[in-house]
Design a protein. Structure first.
Length: 330
């Protein structure tokens, strides 16, 4: 079995009209996964199948299993979830990935009771949830002592090994041992434990690296900024800038479902925000439940590449039309 021919492809985006589980195993690792799987409450040719919440959650287990394998070691996952399901979906995601945040997307006005029949005998929801996750151990060399090692080694390896190896060799050539590192950096044991060993490795702070450079009398030729740049290239992106919403409560106006003919279309402003925060230009964004193509449109507008998978052809058609627009009208 091989990857089927794309439904659509341009210089930025690729669309597959298929069940995502038939596509995901064939994809190269991506930098960001941003998706909104079907809810049981939504009516539609596909979503109406999920009137059985237990069956939908069982499917989430299978989806997460396939999705996490497509993620690069420093990739991020954003998963939209209806409030009444968010806790259970978060627990499923946590079986494979390290949950970073349970974001609350606050909408300006409550949804109508007609749109949310489950609200008739409970508080009316005016929020949606976004589960944010990464690979276990994504920011460290091993984290062996913490118990994460067994969960991440099979997929991700030691992504910071080049930096650790460089420093370990330099310290060895200087004849420095763990006690020397602690003495130079002014730590009781941290520098000696964490600046060379594979287990629980971390990059020296700017202050400590300056002390190490001074003690080495010019032997450490690479500048700290070069190391930091490499380190940042390997780390999971999180590109927050002045003016961004810094808490785990995000306020964005919802998109009209009539605009793109999809019942759960997400606002392009929100999706662009997430793409900018958690990917770099030229990176690859994946949406396994593409819908009308908001994720792909956002990625293309921000100079990222994107892969969308959608089981219903009518939404693939809508997504293609959105991608063919030269400039997106908000």
């Amino acid at each position: 079995m091989s990857l089927p021919k794309p439904y659509y492809q341009d210089d930025y985006c690729t669309i597959y009209n298929a069940d995502c589980r038939k596509i995901l195993p064939f994809l190269e690792p991506v930098d960001l996964v941003l998706t909104d799987p079907p809810y049981g409450k939504v009516k539609g040719e596909f979503d109406q199948v999920w009137t059985n919440r237990a069956a939908m959650l069982d499917s989430c287990v299978l989806w997460v299993e396939d999705i996490y394998k497509t993620m690069k070691p420093n990739a991020t996952l954003y998963w939209f979830a209806w409030p009444s399901l968010a806790g259970r979906i978060e627990a499923i995601i946590a079986e494979r990935l390290n949950v970073l945040s349970h974001i609350v997307w606050k909408k300006p006005a409550p949804l109508s009771q007609k749109a949310c029949p489950e609200a008739l005998r409970a508080p009316m929801p005016s929020t949606e949830r976004i589960i944010m996750a990464e690979h276990y151990g994504a920011d460290n060399g091993a984290l062996g002592a913490s118990g994460y090692k067994a969960k991440c080694d099979d997929l991700r390896g030691f992504i910071f090994e080049p930096l650790r190896h460089y420093l370990a060799n330099e310290f060895f050539s200087l004849g420095w041992n763990a006690d020397d590192l602690n003495r130079i950096c002014g730590t009781a044991s941290m520098a000696g434990r964490h600046y060379t060993a594979k287990s629980q490795w971390c990059l020296p702070t700017a202050e400590h690296y300056a002390k190490l450079q001074a003690a080495a009398n010019g032997h450490l030729r690479r500048e700290y900024e070069d190391l930091r740049r490499e380190y940042e290239d390997l780390r999971r992106p999180f590109n927050m800038v002045a003016g961004d919403q810094k808490s785990d409560i995000w306020e964005f106006a919802p998109e009209s479902s009539a605009r793109y003919g999809h019942p759960t279309v997400k606002p392009i402003s929100l999706v662009k925000y997430m793409v900018r925060l958690s990917s770099k230009e030229g990176g690859v964004v994946l949406d396994p439940f593409m819908g009308s193509g908001t994720t792909l449109r956002a990625a293309k507008d921000l100079n990222r590449k994107a892969i969308g998978i959608e089981i219903e052809e009518k939404y693939c058609e809508i997504a293609v039309e959105r991608l063919r627009q030269e400039v997106l009208a908000l």
